[in-house]
Design a binder for this molecule. Structure first.
Ligand SMILES: [Zn+2]
Length: 399
């Protein structure tokens, strides 16, 4: 009897191993597009001994090689493997056409004469919170000025005008969470593995990131204008350490997406790591007051006198998202009041209106859409976000 049991156990174990191996062998390729910034007649920033385009390419090729050697399930595609010019739109198209899972753009920073800085920073697409971040985006976007037909191609976007960047203000980026996750992992590796100065995860309006339709980041490896960093960026040691860091972060990201590898846990990006400004404590307090008593932040059910009515789905209109808490009179809220926010995956999501009556919220949404054209309805139960379709069905049944 015992031997039969053992045999059954063995069969189950073997089948488990077999099916796991079989699944991984047939798993869909994970596609990473690596984009070495600039190239050809566009040198990017120039230093005393080197050009940005070459540093970017050296690191990009090294990252690709490391990734391919480390994980056979990952397919690496480059936007350029040689010293050639590629438009920003062309770079994004490579990623979109190949249905990439990740897009990583590699650049090198520079400051005007007389100013020095050092360290790495990784950008995701979003609204700049500092002038410094805006300047980096302006510099990288200005390469479109040497493209033919850039005005038609980028719908009149002027990379040097701050006003052009308003378009990034209300953008709802569905890939933001994952982009920030990858950026955070990259910065962690730069700091830990490559021992670089960590200048943090930041947001700004980069056209190349805007044109891609998958999680994407833009890395600034260091400052070519700082002699010590320029030497490092051109050294074998520097290329090896920086490329290893990016590769390691990609592997961790992929494992986390697949729910694998508990030894490389992903922690939610810390607020302090996103952008460089410190949160405004008063606006934090204001927002705290405005926040509903049962928010999705706490997640737990609270004993509440209104618990019966709380169990019905509560509809709200999501109007915008922000990486940080906004002040009550922030112009991005366009005078809408009262607004609430909930926090999801490290992002503050602002809502307007609240009702258990779906038709009422639909009417209110029309009003919100006049100012926030991408506003949409979401639903909560006991302060926890729930599936909107399920909530609508339930609301109709309860009528
Ligand atoms: Zn660049």
């Amino acid at each position: 009897m015992r031997t039969i049991h053992l045999k059954i156990v063995w069969l189950i174990v073997c089948w488990g191993c077999f099916s796991t191996c079989f699944q991984s062998a047939s798993a869909k390729d994970f596609v990473v597009v690596i984009d070495a910034g600039h190239g050809g007649h566009d040198p990017g920033a120039t230093g005393k001994i080197s050009k940005e385009k070459n540093i970017n390419l050296n690191v990009a090729l090294a990252v690709g090689k490391l990734i391919e050697n480390s994980d056979r399930e990952i397919k690496v595609i480059y936007t350029r493997k040689k010293d050639v010019f590629v438009t920003l739109q062309g770079r994004a198209q490579v990623a979109n056409k190949n249905k990439a899972d990740l897009f990583i753009s590699i650049h090198t920073n520079a400051l005007a004469k007389g100013r020095t800085a050092q360290g790495t920073e990784t950008y995701t697409l979003g609204l700049h919170r500092t002038q410094e971040n805006l300047e980096v985006a302006k510099k990288e976007n200005s390469v479109i000025l040497i493209e033919d037909d850039y005005q038609a191609r980028y719908a009149g976007f002027n990379p040097n005008s701050s006003e052009s960047y308003i378009m990034f203000e209300f953008m709802q980026d569905k890939n933001m969470k994952q982009s920030v996750q990858l950026a955070t992992l990259i910065q962690k590796q730069f700091k830990g593995t490559a021992r670089r100065t960590d200048r943090g995860v930041r947001q700004a309006g980069f056209l190349v990131l805007h044109a891609t339709s998958m999680p994407s980041v833009l890395i600034e490896l260091g400052y070519i204008s700082t002699p010590e960093e320029e030497r490092y960026l051109n050294s074998q040691e520097g290329i090896r350490a920086l490329s290893r860091s990016i590769c390691q972060a990609v592997l961790q990201y992929k494992n986390a997406q697949a729910g694998l590898s508990p030894e490389t846990p992903i922690t939610e990006p810390a607020e302090s790591a996103v952008d460089t400004e410190t949160p405004d404590t008063q606006s934090e307090k204001d927002a705290e007051k405005a926040r509903p008593a049962q928010s999705s932040r706490s997640g737990h059910k609270t004993e509440n006198k209104a618990s019966v009515s709380q169990e019905k789905p509560v509809f709200k209109i999501q109007i915008l998202t922000s990486p940080s808490i906004l002040k009550k009179n922030d112009r991005r809220l366009k005078g809408f009041s009262p607004v609430n926010y909930y926090k999801e995956n490290g992002i503050y999501k602002y809502t307007y209106g609240e009702s258990t009556n779906y038709n009422e919220i639909l009417r209110l949404k029309k009003k919100a859409n006049a100012s926030f054209k991408d506003a949409f309805i979401i639903a909560f139960r006991n302060g926890k976000k729930i599936d909107i379709q399920e909530a609508i069905q339930e609301s109709k049944r309860n009528k």
